[in-house]
Design a protein around this ligand. Structure first.
Ligand SMILES: C[S@@+](CC[C@H](N)C(=O)[O-])C[C@H]1O[C@@H](n2cnc3c(N)ncnc32)[C@H](O)[C@@H]1O
Length: 264
């Protein structure tokens, strides 16, 4: 009797594990709404509750365990491996990350800005490709994410290349010249909350932080989607815009990056 009960518990636990870790993730990976609901709402809360830690902290642990200190590529690979095989997270990811790498290498910016640091994945991706002496500012308003990002950037050995500032983009963009001298950004990566893309682009223009030829690269323009931003840069003679089709990080849902060159 006792043996039957234990066997039933074991079979139930294995079945739950298989459903939670394999069946549902595969079932939702082609649908934007279900994929985001499952990964970004349900599993994060369940794991936070079960482990008593946050997703950002688990991601940092994966880096500390699996990457090599001072090796940015190993930090990127450790995060991608963790997010593909254990737990989804909202990093730009490996597939869109390689588009980010190639646009960034084309621009080779001496002054770059990132809006939305999260755990520092794209920050490490960008910082490792910058020419020597470049200024790179990244902005994050969630202090818990900023704390993890600092540790990830430091683990990658890139702390001297990155200026992480904490606060809301809308407050910090107008202070950039005060904080970093008379800068203009050659490259801006927009990857914060989507309703800020148009507002912050206009703010960058108004504050004189863009020059003729500055490149804006915007993530998630399809999923979750930024229709107002796409309309703004595509129907505006001040921008020359190109869409790079890809997929939402670690899924098969369509997403993409929009590269927009500021014409002055
Ligand atoms: C999609 S995640 C960034 C992912 C990161 N770029 C990467 O690929 O590794 C968006 C981040 O932007 C931050 N964020 C959202 N709106 C912001 C704002 N207005 N100012 C500063 N940070 C913001 C969020 O807290 C979140 O960490």
């Amino acid at each position: 009797m006792e043996f039957c009960f234990l066997t039933a518990c074991l079979v139930g636990a294995v079945a739950l594990y298989v459903v939670f870790s394999w069946i549902i993730p595969r079932a939702v990976q082609n649908n934007a709404w279900w994929a985001l609901l499952w990964h970004d709402r349900i599993t994060e809360r369940v794991r936070d509750h079960l482990t008593g830690s946050t997703r950002a902290e688990r991601l940092l642990k994966a880096v500390q365990k699996n990457a090599r200190r001072g090796d940015p590529q190993s930090v990127i690979s450790a995060i991608d491996h963790y997010c593909r095989h254990s737990e989804w997270a909202m990093n730009v990811g490996d597939e869109k990350g390689s588009i980010l790498d190639s646009v960034l290498s084309e621009v080779s910016p001496s002054c770059a800005l990132e809006l939305g640091t999260y755990c520092g994945y794209s920050t490490v991706r960008i910082a490792r490709l910058l020419p020597p002496g470049a200024t790179f500012v990244t902005v994050e308003f969630n202090p818990k994410y900023a704390k993890v990002a600092r540790q990830v950037i430091e683990f990658a050995g890139l702390q001297d290349k990155v200026k992480l500032i904490e606060g809301a983009s809308g407050d910090l963009i107008p202070k950039m010249k005060e904080l970093f001298g008379n800068v203009t950004f050659d490259f801006v990566f927009l990857d914060h909350w989507k309703d800020r893309y148009v507002l912050d682009t206009k703010l960058l223009e108004d504050c004189g932080l863009l020059r003729k030829g500055s490149v804006l690269l915007a993530d998630n323009v399809i999923c979750p989607g930024t229709p107002e931003y796409l309309a703004y840069v595509r129907n505006n003679p001040r921008y020359k815009s190109t869409y790079y089709k890809s997929h939402l990080e670690y899924t098969k849902v369509e997403d993409g990056l929009e590269k927009s060159v500021f014409m002055g």
